[in-house]
Design a protein around this ligand. Sequence first.
Ligand SMILES: Nc1ncnc2c1ncn2[C@@H]1O[C@H](COP(=O)(O)OP(=O)(O)OP(=O)(O)O)[C@@H](O)[C@H]1O
Length: 368
Amino acid sequence: MHIKSLELVNFRNYSNVILEPINGLNILVGENAQGKTNIVESIYFTSSLKSYRTFKDRELIKWGFEKAYIKEDIEKQNSFNKIEVLINNEDKKAVRINGVKNLKPSDAIGMVNVVIFSPEDLKLLKEGPAIRRKFIDNELNQLRPKYHHALLQYNHILLNRNNLLKLSFNKPSLKTEIEVFSEQLAEYGSFIVEARYEFIKKLSMIARLIHRKITNGEEEIEITYQCDAGLFNSKSQVKKELLNFYINQIDKDIEKGYTLKGPHRDDIIIRINGTDARIYGSQGQQRSAALSLKLSEIEIIKSEVGEYPILLLDDVMSELDINRQKHLLNTFKNIQTFLTCTTLNDINAFHFDNKSIFTVKQGTVKKQ
Ligand SMILES: Nc1ncnc2c1ncn2[C@@H]1O[C@H](COP(=O)(O)OP(=O)(O)OP(=O)(O)O)[C@@H](O)[C@H]1O
């Protein structure tokens, strides 16, 4: 899959720009604060209909304007698709696919598959569980539209349940309503847990092979699902067991005023040579493991969609040592890649036949 053309109107610091990238390595080079990441962000946005930098869509609109527009022509499995997104200053967006208007934003999710790798991702092991849940959720959102829906519903119900828990202190009469929310949480939660379980099983298998290569066979990585609601005895029972789990913890939840446990607290355990790399891994080991996870993400999309995703590398090269850079660059020979950097020195050590360089300066892009 690759982008044939990208047009931005009043998006971040761009008034109007059209970029025609190649199906190879596209290097966006320029000084700081010129608009390189803004391009990457716009591509990410067409994939998930949200930014990875802000929750407020209105921040994407060029200052002083009311709307931002992104148009992307994509070739996917030998067919051509056009995605258009209009963002307004009330954080609402209108989506058009191949000219068909008034689609729900969720209809566009998964049309374009991307994998983004930024310095943030190097903290995948170092930081708390939220960043690892985000990693899993971003991947599953792209691959399974139903997952995206289930997650939105789960979070919405969780918020309502938590509000009710706060009101319930010394008011046992609200317990029945909490039980109703618990049932709804179990409904969507079981879908989330099952999808995560399957995904992590696949991730572990692929990451093991990639990690062996990155570490020249010195390290074995093992990834397992740490499900806050415990282990489920059988797949068909997940919903029932999850419901019991929420019901059993109601009193404790009321005492605390929020839902203590559940899929919203899940994590993944990443072991290297048998020890928990989140706790005991050296900085170098943690970075290599983060790289393995990201490279596995690319392979999982390839195996599910049948085509490689688009790879977005934002400011990440200078954060990796030469050996890790090599592994990253080797993988994207067959993948349309957008790489941002402030100097070409970051990649001059590597040879590429299929590359295009774009200079980014104050909201303009010029092909070299
Ligand atoms: N909504 C907006 N309207 C206009 N300009 C904006 C808006 N949001 C951000 N900018 C401007 O965009 C520029 C930042 O662009 P971007 O983050 O793409 O930089 P960059 O080239 O990737 O820089 P770096 O190398 O430092 O990461 C800044 O000058 C910022 O002021």
